[in-house]
Design a protein around this ligand. Structure first.
Ligand code: SF4
Length: 84
């Protein structure tokens, strides 16, 4: 399923993740921790506005800056600019 406005996905950079585990407390429905405490992030697009708002919070909460919201114009630099 892909929306007309593009998709917003939460992704983790495993090389930056330090296993603080904060993200899984803030967003347990999308983030779980593996045996060593590193984040496993559900890569399904975030469609619910409340989930997206929480995802923005979790991106800021990560002390290692390992989380990115791909496709979110408010937080992501990965997205292609709509302006030519
Ligand atoms: S808060 Fe950041 S560093 Fe900690 S487990 Fe989550 S992604 Fe990794």
């Amino acid at each position: 399923m892909s929306g007309p406005h593009g998709e917003i996905r939460l992704v983790v950079d495993g090389s930056k993740c330090d296993g603080h585990g904060i993200c899984a407390l803030v967003m347990p429905e999308r983030i779980s921790l593996d045996t060593w405490g590193y984040a496993n992030v559900d890569r399904e697009p975030l469609e619910d506005a409340r989930l997206i708002a929480r995802a923005r919070r979790v991106v800021k909460a990560c002390p290692a800056k390992a989380l990115t919201l791909v496709g979110d114009p408010q937080t992501s630099s990965h997205v292609t600019s709509p302006h030519p």
